[in-house]
Write a protein that binds this ligand. Sequence first.
Ligand code: DAH
Length: 347
Amino acid sequence: MDLESFRSQLEELRGRARAAVDKADDPAELDAVESAYLGRSGELRKLLGEIGKLPGEDRPKVGALANPIREELETSIAARRSRLNDIAYEVRLAREKVDVTLPGRTLSAGSLHPLIETQREIARIFGQFGFVTYESPEVESDELSFQLLNIPEDHPARDLWDTLYVAGSDRRLVLRPHTSPGQIRIMREYSPPIRAILPGRCFRYENIDASHGVEFFQVEGLMVDEGTSMATLHGLLDEFAHAMFGADTRTRFRPGYYPFTEPSVAFDISCTICGGTGCAACKRTGWLTILGAGMVHPVVLRNGGLDPDKYQGFAFGMGTDRIAMLRHGINDIRAFMDNDIRFLERF
Ligand code: DAH
């Protein structure tokens, strides 16, 4: 072998190496090319290993021929490597692009059931007059539900409440048919002045229709103090009606009957649909009855542990479902218990 053929072999190696570098399109492939040509057992080393076949005076010239080619290949590999890194980075940037102008995902928040919302609104209004909220049990004794409220056993007034008895309790326990038994509980637990509302679920053995459910809600009210009068009751209920149904609402008291109040009244508001001129909703009367009320019967005060000669009180009871129906224009009480999400989402 002479120097000329050595040079042409070098030249040929250089050409193939450059082509392989340019063709490598990922870093691993480029590493393989690098070790194939410049590595310890790569082609360049092998060629240089044949230096012994050259005539003695040519051997010192080999370095001057081979070194520039090695440097050139190293430079082109480094350039190619940095180009591949750039490309990989750009690809990653494009793939991981975040569009900060996209709207965020909305959280779907729940809402209060319209009965609970109405119950809270009632509590809020009476709260402004110093009434606190008192909760009493849904499973109640027959004694507190009736006897202690001045409704003796076998009294015909019991027919006002179609009561559900708890099986196996020998008619001692009922699902409370109204929130009134809480009056006795609160009078026994606290001493006057008492100002409380008692909200909660009630149960009756009803024929179900658009205005009667087996389950429904009531809010009871009780105020007991020295000198509490019908005038206080009247003023309080007027304020409530105005706050709940608007300042234009007119109100009236009618005589009524409840065993636990004396005298007893029904409290009416001008019809929320027709404003009082008469329509189907108010049965052409212009009025809607929203609650029963009266002065707490002395027997009931005594059963609550209070002296009726010292203390007087008034009480009232309203159907939460009816209030909610009037506020929201709902015409079927069954909608509250159907759990139809399309209905509930409207509130
Ligand atoms: N408890 C009665 C009912 O369920 C409503 C009621 C009327 C409650 C008059 C009262 C009241 O406290 O004074 O029909």
